[in-house]
Design a protein around this ligand. Structure first.
Ligand code: FES
Length: 77
């Protein structure tokens, strides 16, 4: 599988997030808790997209669960 880094602050890959969803995570909060993805605060510096990874995580969540959950950015608070 072509794995890629989703959260650059915490170095969490797509497969880790997909696995967490398979294990029952169904919200950004769950994923933050179980993978630590999206709990960093250096996104602008570390993420090549220049923003927080929460949007990418939400996309994966939606793709895997088919449910659109509301998006809250974790680190731009
Ligand atoms: S890129 Fe994920 S918390 Fe910064």
């Amino acid at each position: 599988m072509n794995d890629k880094i989703i959260c650059y602050c915490l170095n969490v890959s797509e497969s880790t997030i997909v696995q967490a969803i398979k294990n029952g995570d169904n919200s950004l909060k769950d994923i933050q808790k179980s993978t630590k993805a999206c709990t960093g605060n250096r996104c602008k510096e570390l993420n090549p997209s220049g923003k927080c990874c929460s949007e990418d995580i939400m996309k994966i969540l939606q793709r895997e669960t088919g449910v659109k959950s509301e998006s809250t950015c974790c680190c731009c608070h």
